[in-house]
Ligand binder design. Structure first.
Ligand code: NDP
Ligand code: 8X3
Length: 253
């Protein structure tokens, strides 16, 4: 029988790449996001190209009722979630604290921290009941360091870093693994979202370097969740070769 993985934020970028790789590696999937049409298209593609069964759950992760209702709505056989990938997240805006846009702050805090918590709260009791499971949080290099104008986004990812460590302690008695993957620069829709749809500005971030691509992070997720029973990868910080820290990035002339 296939294992079941729930991937939040599978309608784009890293989450979508994780879904594709896991479907090709004998996982059945629950894919989530707000953009239902994208989830439906991904489900059709994966069910055509692989033997994976896919369920789409469309909800806004900031809305706790929607999160709990969505998990409750799963067919019984899909409730036995083996792997939860807490990936949905965003940066909204980039600016100094004194000029900060409070709506942007709330969006990041509500998505990256509270959304991750709601989904974990809904799924972890199921894992405890099943006496197995693995939670993989997608953190960031921004959860290890701070950089100019990154204030609130960095704070949310530092929270993911702390929650990963805390969850691992809470899940220890139940044999449930908790891991974090913390990427550096990955070219996805991330910067377009951060710059509120300004594609030109987003392109500049990755110009003249080879950034990570979403499938590089998917590879790491697959590695982490396929280790032997007794092995738990706690944390992985992954950057492009052209990046040594959040702010040390070499660009070609
Ligand atoms: P994308 O913008 O390409 O994808 C983000 C995903 O999150 C989408 O599927 C989006 O779905 C989902 N999402 C965002 N807000 C919500 C919400 N309110 N409710 C439900 N789903 C939501 O970005 P990435 O793939 O790059 O980002 C994925 C994760 O990786 C994030 O947590 C990000 O912080 C992290 N990360 C990204 C890095 C990068 O450089 N790209 C580096 C380090 C970490 P929809 O819009 O359909 O709801
Ligand atoms: C995304 C990577 O460096 O833009 O988490 O914060 S960075």
């Amino acid at each position: 029988m296939n294992k079941i993985a729930l991937i939040s934020g599978a309608s784009a970028g890293i989450g979508c790449a994780i879904a594709e790789l896991l479907a090709n590696n004998n996982f059945d999937l629950i894919i989530t996001g707000r953009r239902n049409e994208r989830l439906d298209a991904l489900k059709s593609k994966l069910e055509k190209e692989t033997k994976s069964k896919v369920i789409c759950l469309s909800f806004d992760i900031r809305n706790k009722q929607e999160v709990f209702n969505a998990i409750e709505s799963l067919p019984q056989e899909f409730k036995k979630i083996d792997v939860l990938v807490n990936n949905a997240g965003l940066a909204s805006g980039l600016g100094v604290i004194q000029d900060g846009d409070i709506e942007d702050w709330e969006k990041m805090i509500d998505t990256n921290i509270k959304g991750l918590l709601y989904l974990t709260r809904a799924v972890s009791p199921i894992m405890i009941e099943n006496k197995k499971g693995h939670i993989v949080n997608i953190g960031s290099i921004a959860g290890k360091e701070v950089y100019a104008s990154g204030n609130v986004y960095c704070a949310t990812k530092h929270a993911v870093d702390a929650l990963t460590k805390a969850m691992r302690i809470d899940m220890l008695p139940y044999g449930i693994k908790v891991s974090q993957i913390a990427p550096g620069l990955v070219e996805t829709e991330f910067s377009i979202v951060r710059f509120h749809g300004d594609e030109k500005r987003a392109c500049e971030v990755y110009k003249n370097l080879t950034p990570l691509c979403a499938s590089d992070i998917a590879d790491a997720v697959l590695y982490v969740i396929t280790r032997p029973e007794h092995v738990c990868i706690n944390d992985m910080l992954i950057t492009p070769t052209a990046q040594a820290s959040a702010t040390n990035v070499i660009k070609n002339k």
